[in-house]
Design a protein around this ligand. Structure first.
Ligand code: XMP
Length: 525
């Protein structure tokens, strides 16, 4: 295991993913984790990440007592990156001070060939790297030597081969550091002599085996399938382990996209052979939403109706089976749990009882289900890869995200007003189909139409109309946290606009949303 101790850098997940891409098993632990939780993972290499703090700040995160004794006694390699390097220097008795000239962005460094950190690869000698720091190491602890300097003369790389401790003042994990990944590879494969043997196929087999052991021959599991990638891949994996003892429910809340229920159910049964019950609860949801305009109220109503439907499903199932299901399958991903949940020491921590604060959407506490979260150690791109191994159709794995509250957050105001839902479904389908036909679907993170409560005057077929407007939104993003609007060719937008106005009754105006996030959010409500 390559363990990354997270000191708060925005790049920590990136380091973890980069290392996994090198086919090495890597996990991340929050700074402040105890020495015993580090030991439990039996790491061969520990990377200390960068972070926003200064080592001199009160309460700045540090290493647990006895850290270096432990790494030395066990032959563990340590690599500090940026703050990680400064921490090494400070903890082992060197000096770190505020830099006179801060180094941000691309920098030239000169590395010492023949050092352990850089070996004798000529390409490392003069290289461009990505720096982002305000503090700098000025005096190294005993036994360390400088093996790289920036063009400003500052320390950029250090090593103490006797105790296997190394440090880089720059970020090798970002692509702006041209030979950064090569340097990481050198450290992991040449210096620490790890071998690349981690693969998603192994993870798949391990998880299936683990679920088989946990569920024995009797236990049943339930899963709410949303039609999204995460819950579908999680359910497919669990199905592989326990077959028909998995019971999935797909809830039609009346807020789904054009023909979504048919499309998704068809994929579940014909491509994945998953046992899925479709519950048509659209009347129930729409009745509760009638007249509600406040976005937060809408979300709350949808959340609690979902719980009611799910609860009823599991109670009925318990009567049918003559026993209560034991597990609840969730498609939770690694970024959701990194802060709150340590990675598996023994690999046996796959399940834990639901806590009331869990992000499962407030399922009733008395359900007493244990969570099965087989994707809990994976990033989104790895889940897509795993889905491929599980033969989930590729088109499905690349689907854009769709929010839980569905079209309710894309119809501003009362969801049940007139024909709003049907109108929006048609406009949205035209937009998405055009994006697919233009071959743009995979480069756009998310795209959709929004039904506006605004009526404007138009002229259609020589007649004056007074109809609704729709807004189109398309964004590019890494993770939905920040986003930029997608720059379509204007001809594309003109064609989509014409098609919507010509074919969707009740729409006479189309606008395109050119706001990024922030200041806007992705959804309009
Ligand atoms: P916002 O609108 O917050 O959206 O910028 C960011 C991403 O999250 C999705 N989203 C949701 N997903 N339940 C979900 O499962 C929700 O209540 C919800 N609200 C927003 C949104 O579609 C975008 O991908």
């Amino acid at each position: 295991v390559v363990l990354i101790l997270d000191f708060g850098s925005q790049y920590t997940h990136l380091i973890t993913r980069r290392i996994r891409q090198l086919r090495l098993c890597s996990f991340c632990l929050a700074a402040g984790s105890s020495l015993s939780s580090i030991q439990a993972l039996r790491p061969a290499v520990i990377i200390l990440s960068g972070g926003p703090h200064s080592v001199h700040e009160d309460g700045a995160p540090t290493l647990p007592e006895g850290f270096f004794q432990y790494t030395q006694d066990n032959g563990i390699y340590v690599l500090g990156i940026c703050y990680g390097l400064q921490l090494i220097v400070k903890v082992l008795g060197g000096d770190v001070k505020q830099a006179e000239s801060q180094e941000y962005g691309k920098m030239q460094i000169e590395a010492t060939l023949g050092s352990k950190l850089y070996g004798d690869k000529e390409c490392f000698k003069n290289q461009v790297v990505w720096m982002s720091h305000g503090d700098e190491a000025v005096k190294l602890p005993a036994g360390f030597r400088v093996v790289a300097r920036s063009s400003q003369g500052n320390i950029a790389g250090i090593e103490n081969t006797a105790i296997r401790v190394y440090g880089l003042q720059y970020h090798p994990e970002v692509t702006h550091s041209i030979f950064g990944i090569e340097t990481l590879k050198h450290i992991l494969f040449e210096v620490a002599a790890l071998s690349a043997d981690w693969s998603l196929q192994d993870i798949l087999e391990e998880q299936v085996q683990l679920i088989k052991e946990m569920a024995g021959t009797e236990d049943h599991a339930i899963c709410a399938l949303s039609g999204g990638v995460d819950s579908t891949v999680a359910a497919t994996l669990v199905y592989k382990a326990i077959g028909d003892r998995l019971h999935c429910v797909f809830v039609d809340n009346g807020l789904l996209r054009y023909k979504e229920r048919e499309r998704v159910m068809n994929m579940f049964s014909s491509d994945l052979h998953l046992p899925v019950t479709c519950v048509d609860a659209s009347e129930q949801f729409l009745t509760k939403l009638k007249g509600v305009e406040d976005p937060e109220k809408k979300r709350k109503i949808i959340g609690s109706e979902f719980i009611a439907v799910f609860d009823e499903f599991s109670s009925k199932l318990a009567i049918e089976l003559g026993r209560k299901p034991t597990f609840l399958v969730q498609g939770t991903l690694y970024p959701d749990v990194i802060e709150s949940c340590p990675p598996p020491g023994s690999g046996k921590t796959l399940s834990h009882t639901i806590k009331s604060h869990h992000n499962v959407g407030g399922l009733p506490k008395d359900m007493k289900l244990k969570l099965l979260e087989p994707l809990k150690w994976l990033f989104k791109d790895e889940v897509r890869e795993l889905g491929k191994l599980l033969q989930v159709p590729q088109g499905f794995l690349k689907r854009h995200p769709f929010p839980g509250p569905g079209l309710a957050v894309r119809i501003l105001g009362d969801v049940t007003q007139g024909e709003a839902l049907d109108t929006l479904r048609l406009a949205d389908e035209i937009f998405i189909s055009a994006i697919k036909e233009a071959g743009l679907y995979d480069e756009i993170w998310q795209a959709f139409a929004v039904y506006l409560p605004v009526k404007t005057v138009g002229v259609q077929g020589d007649r004056r109309t007074h109809s609704h407007a729709v807004a189109l939104r398309a964004i590019v993003s890494e993770d939905g946290m920040t986003a930029d609007w997608y720059h379509f060719n204007p001809t594309f937008l003109a064609e989509v606009s014409a098609k919507i106005c010509n074919t969707v009754r009740g729409i006479n105006r189309v606008v395109y949303d050119i706001t990024s996030k922030p200041p806007s959010t992705v959804e309009w409500e």
